[in-house]
Ligand binder design. Structure first.
Ligand code: G3P
Ligand code: MG
Length: 244
């Protein structure tokens, strides 16, 4: 059984990391949603990928961290993608959690706290997950693995998953060392032997960001636990074809 996570929501069809993109991912039948979190100037966890506002909003070159929640909420996070999404707003993490709670979707919150420190972010994110009772449905991932250790200390029910780009030797050993129950590696360095080793040691593995149909099929055949993809509908169709 594989879990398909929609990367930044249904980001091929809608502006990434917005409510329309999350809602569309649900409609497409995704099992889960991956989203990226940063903090506003006044410390509110917001869902947006880049450090600056330039690419996905009309906020120009400013940094996300330099605007308050109220200021970020003024921005248009949809028009860059298409006029159909004009005036779509940057969602707060809380807004997303309120929407996702009554669904059965799995949640992967990626903390973007590796090149900017975002001090205190872990406590704020864990508090929100606890507020909505979502500990068992959330995986927190990050390239900042110290941060994941802190998350585990704050609430060991919440699964953590280190993100990494190059291959790790005996990745499952590293996962266990930092108390992570899952690994989120970049897909292109992985082979069947790595996956086998990770699975044998009961660590979950969900490569990112797998969009190519032949890679999707390959990872399904290797038995990964999940895939993070921009094309959840395609991944689901490939999976269903193999597992009617
Ligand atoms: O969480 C997997 C993936 O999203 C990591 O890279 O840059 O797309 O956030 P990025
Ligand atoms: Mg991400």
């Amino acid at each position: 059984m594989i879990m398909i996570y929609a990367h930044r929501g249904a980001s091929k069809e809608c502006p990434e990391n917005t409510m329309p993109s999350f809602k569309r991912a649900k409609e497409l039948g995704a099992d889960g949603i991956e989203c990226d979190a940063q903090l506003s100037l006044d410390g509110v966890p917001m869902i947006i990928h880049d450090k600056t506002l330039k690419r996905t909003t009309n906020g120009g070159k400013k940094y996300v961290k330099d605007l308050t929640f109220a200021e970020l909420k003024q921005l248009d996070a949809g028009s860059w993608f298409s006029e159909d999404f004009k005036d779509t707003r940057i969602p707060s993490l809380e807004e997303f959690l309120v929407w996702v709670k009554p669904t059965v979707l799995l949640i992967n919150i990626e903390l973007k706290n590796y090149s900017l420190p975002y001090e205190g972010m872990e406590k704020k994110v864990v508090a929100l997950i606890e507020k909505y009772g979502l500990e068992k449905r959330v995986t927190i991932s990050s390239f900042n693995h110290e941060s994941l250790r802190l998350i585990h200390k704050l609430n060991s029910q919440i699964e953590t998953a280190p993100l990494y780009r190059a291959n790790l030797y005996k990745a499952w050993k590293y996962a266990k060392k930092i108390k992570a129950r899952a690994l989120h590696p970049k897909y292109h360095n992985l082979d069947g032997k790595d996956i086998k080793g990770i699975k044998k040691h009961h660590v979950k593995v969900r490569p990112y960001t797998v969009n190519d149909p032949s890679w999707i099929k390959q990872f399904i055949d290797w038995g990964v636990d999940g895939l993070i993809t921009d094309v959840p509908d395609l991944a689901l169709a490939i999976y269903k074809k193999e597992h009617p």
